[in-house]
Design a protein around this ligand. Structure first.
Ligand SMILES: [Zn+2]
Length: 359
């Protein structure tokens, strides 16, 4: 039997595929190709492949075999050798030929058999709060969790987790990013994920709203349309939510799929002018908010972009509108886009209509 055939005979793998597909189909846990799951079995860690969707876990081969022992040693050595997960893949046992997720390092860093990582919107709403440490201490009292400061997803994140969380910590709340749970069985990890998500979900949330008729009429012919999600539309109707939305990016996948932050229409701009400004900026913004009217995105939006526009409303609906939030810095945004930090800053300045600074 090949390693993959052995794995497929393991009922825990069947359970992992089912939980992965469920999480991947739940927009409150996973948006687009985000999130990843893994299982360690017979000396191999099988982790979701980069670019695949957890929703497809039961119908496609989305798991890649990784030498997690060597990868964990590379993370501990902290010499940069864990930056590329590729060399740690068991190529001869890789049925799909796909690359492991860059977050495989986070999975390898845990000794637990099962690791689930999602971009749970309730967790993100809690983890972007400026007072997240105290807030989590109250909401997650009694649970074995650690709050991990923001770093770029990948080997750096695995290293920070290693330094911050005592070995065996079963729940990791990733600042401005999401949730990781670890267990000896799929059921145990899934139980923790449900518990944390439930505890961090507020009892009251902002009501959904709809885009105004004026916005719908004026978007006609621009190539943009109102985001078809009530919680996202709500942001345009609530000054406090708009203040949270209107700033630098809150979490990585928003930046990767929708561009930095949001573009908010100025009082002097027509609808056609603001969507043109968003589309033509050096780093295009795919989310435009027209205060009092609604939120729009390009008609050409991919499924992933639509999922992130939906998640933005779901995250903001779950945050206390009076809470202060922590945002990614310009350097952190540039790093996610693989931009040179200074070039990125200048592009943002151009978008804001500021003078280009001499180099
Ligand atoms: Zn992630």
């Amino acid at each position: 039997m090949t390693a993959y055939e052995t794995l497929r005979a393991n009922p825990e793998f069947t359970a992992l595929r089912a939980v992965s597909a469920r999480l991947g189909s739940d927009p409150l846990q996973v948006q687009g190709p985000g999130g990843n799951t893994s299982i360690k079995s017979e000396g191999i860690m099988w982790v979701k492949a980069s670019g695949t969707w957890l929703a497809d876990a039961e119908t496609q081969d989305i798991f890649v075999p990784v030498d997690h022992v060597s990868l964990a040693q590379a993370i501990a050595a902290d010499d940069g050798s864990a930056d590329d997960v590729g060399p740690f893949t068991f190529a001869s046992d890789n049925p799909s030929g796909l690359r492991a997720s860059i977050e495989a390092t986070v999975h390898a860093g845990s000794k637990a058999k099962v690791v689930l990582h999602t971009h749970c919107v309730a967790t993100i709403a809690a983890a972007i709060r400026a007072d997240a440490s105290a807030f989590l201490a109250e909401k997650l009292a009694g649970l074995p969790y650690a709050f991990i400061p923001y770093v770029k997803p990948g080997s750096n994140l695995a290293r920070v987790i290693r330094n911050v969380a005592p070995e065996g910590t079963e729940i990791l709340i990733l600042s401005n990013h999401g949730l990781v749970v670890c267990g000896e069985t799929v059921a145990e990890a899934d139980g923790l994920l449900r518990e944390v998500s439930a505890r961090l979900t507020p009892t009251t949330m902002a009501d959904p709203a709809a885009a105004s008729q004026m916005l719908q009429d004026q978007l006609s012919g621009t190539g943009w349309f109102p985001v078809p999600h009530g919680p996202t539309q709500r942001i345009a109707q609530d000054e406090r939510l708009l203040a949270i939305a209107n700033g630098r990016t809150l979490y990585p996948d928003h930046l990767v799929f929708l561009g930095p932050g949001v573009t908010v229409a100025m009082a002097s701009e027509t609808i056609a002018q603001v969507v043109a400004r968003a589309a033509q900026s050096p780093i295009p913004s795919k989310l435009v908010i027209v205060p009092g009217e609604g939120v729009a995105m390009p008609e050409t939006a991919s499924r992933s972009e639509l999922a992130l526009a939906t998640a933005f409303g779901d995250v903001l609906a779950r945050i206390d509108p009076n809470a202060a939030v922590t945002r990614l810095s310009e350097d952190q945004e540039a790093e996610l886009l693989d931009w040179d930090a200074e070039a990125y800053r200048q592009s943002l300045n151009m978008e804001r209509g500021e003078e280009r600074r001499p180099i």
